[in-house]
Design a protein. Structure first.
Length: 306
């Protein structure tokens, strides 16, 4: 494999999106340990992260393979939407993506079997994660083309991934985990909607019925605004139900960005020149809020606000 083809293969896996899996998995483990890193079982943590990353890569390669028609029809891609463009630009054969997806699926399954020996309670979690990740874009279910992909992604990325970290570290305070990840699930769905605005024409032309295609830009923009604002109310609800104040306050740090994004969504969703900013900020808002929640859990206990 030449250097150019190797680099194309790496881009096909969309490595920038792997960061979210590391952060969200860490949140689950840290919640389980109540912010005490010394209480985390390092070997179990590493195995769980390996499973998450393997299935995440499986999803990335599978998405480019199964979404090839929509990506080819997309005339307004950005760095964050429209796929990696590697297959759409014929830099590699589509079979490479399929074989890579199946390879990472097998690797993930292997890690899952090892995990099941040490932590049997996680087998159902990992299996559900893998199945939902695969049917997101793969036929016959192909949830991303039915207006269900947004929810599917939120369940997997901001639900099952942190829950796996929580399970592996024998967490018991589930209400605190839920209070930490519910706001992020809203931002995950909002991010998917933002990415779908630039993809709308290509998706519609190839029968991919995302929520933006189904609802239209106006209603989808309203839904985006609601999902972008909801996390900050959810943090308050979480605090009222036992979420540490330091975590809730940390999560609120990104609220000015969210308010600006809400104010701009109608204009940016209708302007191709704004698509790059629209998609980047949506991704950045999810990542930065997830990091803020993680940092909130890692702050020294004596730094918490009464």
């Amino acid at each position: 494999m030449t250097v150019a083809r190797l680099l194309a293969f790496i881009r096909l896996g969309r490595p920038l999106f792997l960061g979210g899996g590391f952060i969200l998995y860490a949140i689950g483990a840290v919640v389980a340990s109540s912010g005490d890193l010394g209480a985390i079982d390092g070997s179990l943590y590493a195995l769980g992260q390996a499973a998450v990353t393997a299935f995440q890569l499986m999803t990335h390669y599978a998405n480019d393979y199964f979404d090839l028609a929509a990506d080819r029809a997309n005339t307004t891609p950005t760095r964050w939407s429209g796929g990696s463009r590697v297959l759409a630009n014929a830099e590699l054969s589509p079979r490479v993506a399929l074989y890579a997806a199946l390879t990472f699926a097998a690797l993930g399954a292997g890690v899952a079997l090892v995990l099941s020996q040490r932590a049997p309670q996680t087998l159902a979690t990992v299996a559900t994660m893998a199945i939902l990740a695969w049917i997101y874009s793969a036929p016959p279910m192909r949830l991303c083309a039915r207006g269900l992909g947004e929810l599917d992604t939120a369940v997997v990325v901001t639900g099952l991934v942190p829950y796996l970290g929580f399970q592996l570290q024998h967490g018991h305070a589930f209400a605190q985990l839920l209070g930490s990840i519910a706001p992020l699930a809203c931002l995950q769905m909002a991010m998917l909607l933002a990415i779908e605005f630039p993809d709308e024409a290509g998706d519609a032309a190839t029968g991919k019925r995302t929520l933006v295609v189904r609802f239209g830009r106006g209603p989808a923009a309203v839904l985006y605004a609601a999902l972008t604002g909801a996390p900050y109310a959810a943090l308050a609800v979480g605090y009222a139900n036992g979420l540490p104040a330091r975590v809730a306050i940390a999560g609120l740090v990104t609220s000015p960005i969210a308010a600006w994004r809400i104010a701009r969504i109608r204009a940016d969703a209708a302007a191709p020149t704004a698509y790059e900013r629209l998609t980047f900020v949506a991704v950045a808002l999810l990542v930065s809020t997830s990091l803020a929640v993680l940092v909130g859990w890692l702050l020294p206990l004596h730094a918490s606000v009464p």
